[in-house]
Design a protein around this ligand. Structure first.
Ligand code: KG4
Ligand code: ZN
Length: 345
């Protein structure tokens, strides 16, 4: 194994935890390419079908890697390490990226770096300026996760709270499905909410202790609400779509900001960010920025392309792990579930 601990490594990073095959190249302290092959096939089924996802990863992984290398003008021989998402995610999807990544590293005699997907969503804030200072409080909101994490350094993280059931993105997607939108429906709710009245309909905010979240209640509340209203007026959804979307979105955002506010107050943090696919939501972005301004905090939201699943965030995390000498080997295996490694100094 060629181990040359450089201070300026060139890294190829792979993300394949769910339904996007993504490859990025990191060189000279910044991203040189960031390629994503999305899987349209799941739209036909209203959700991600794990078996179809892993088959599509197998088809996409080699061409996506070639495009990423070409785009960055990098030859395989120039690479110092290969990073891949190890956990959490769909096992079949993770296996494709992990097997490919480890094999490529082995064939080039360079180290492989297993990456925690949620750690990477947080470190997406460090791909490009403006980068937060530490201590940094981050709310990760994605299709699979909702989590509040306190960071004291790039690899020093402590989980303050998580969802006890559905993720915020799941709530968006499940309500969107009830409203007849295709999967993933979060962006449709965002679009229709823009012209709606957020106070038109009232939905409950779950009462969960500490810094944890719960989003299964709003999904059920919306389901019963729609059943009741559609019984009275079969065109209710069609006639009120903007107000329904705005009201649901308002409730989800209010829930998210309540716990963020509590954590900010308790830990007196001044640098605060949101990460993950749901941070692409225009309502959340605005509410978060307004809230941070009121609290005299610096607010950070990664560029749109780094909010949803991407390999750029895997690359920047790999960069910090490389500098820390934190590598995997051929025995490192993917895990469908596991918490962010907690180290907090
Ligand atoms: O981080 P991500 O790409 O994948 C996971 O790791 O889950 O997040 C995907 C989630 C989906 O639930 C999708 O509906 C949601 O992010 N999402 C949005 C928006 N854009 C993506 N939700 C609300 N508004 C948006 N604009
Ligand atoms: Zn994600």
């Amino acid at each position: 194994m060629k181990m040359k601990p450089k201070t300026n490594p060139t890294i190829l990073a792979i993300e394949s935890s769910c339904d996007d095959t993504a490859v990025a190249i990191w060189k000279d302290g910044s991203l040189k390419s960031n390629i994503i092959a999305s899987q349209e096939i799941h739209k036909n089924y209203g959700g991600v079908i794990p078996e179809l996802a892993s088959r599509a990863h197998m088809q996409h992984i080699v061409p996506t890697t070639s495009i990423a290398l070409k785009d960055a003008n990098i030859a395989l021989e120039e690479l110092d390490a290969i990073a891949y998402t190890q956990t959490p995610g769909l096992m079949g999807s993770l296996l494709v990226g992990a097997s490919f990544g480890k094999s490529l590293a082995q064939s080039l005699s360079i180290p492989s770096i297993p990456i925690h997907h949620l750690q990477a969503h947080i470190l997406a804030h460090f791909i490009a300026a403006p980068k937060p200072d530490f201590p940094f409080l981050c709310l990760t909101v994605s299709g699979g996760h909702t989590q509040l994490v306190l960071c004291n350094g790039p690899l020093e993280m402590r989980i303050l709270g998580s969802t006890i059931d559905d993720a915020a993105g799941e709530a968006f997607d499940k309500v969107a499905k009830m409203l007849g939108f295709p999967y993933p429906g979060g962006p449709y709710i965002d679009k229709y909410a823009q012209n709606g009245n957020p106070n038109a309909f009232l939905f409950p905010i779950a009462n969960v202790p500490d810094f944890d979240y719960s989003f299964s209640g709003i999904k059920t509340a919306v389901m019963y609400f729609l059943q009741r209203e559609v019984n009275k007026d079969p065109n209710f959804i069609e006639n009120n779509i903007e107000d329904i979307c705005a009201s649901v979105q308002y409730t989800i955002i209010k829930t998210l900001l309540q716990k963020l506010s509590k954590a900010q107050k308790q830990y007196k943090i001044k640098h605060i960010g949101i990460a993950g696919g749901v941070s692409a939501n225009s309502g959340l972005r605005k509410a978060f920025k307004d809230w941070a301004e009121k609290k005299s905090c610096e607010s950070y939201i990664p560029d749109f392309e780094y909010c949803t699943d991407n390999a750029g965030m895997i690359a920047v995390t790999a960069y910090y792990k490389y500098l820390a000498g934190d590598f995997g080997d051929l025995r490192t295996v993917p895990k469908a579930k596991s918490p962010i490694p907690e180290v907090y100094g």
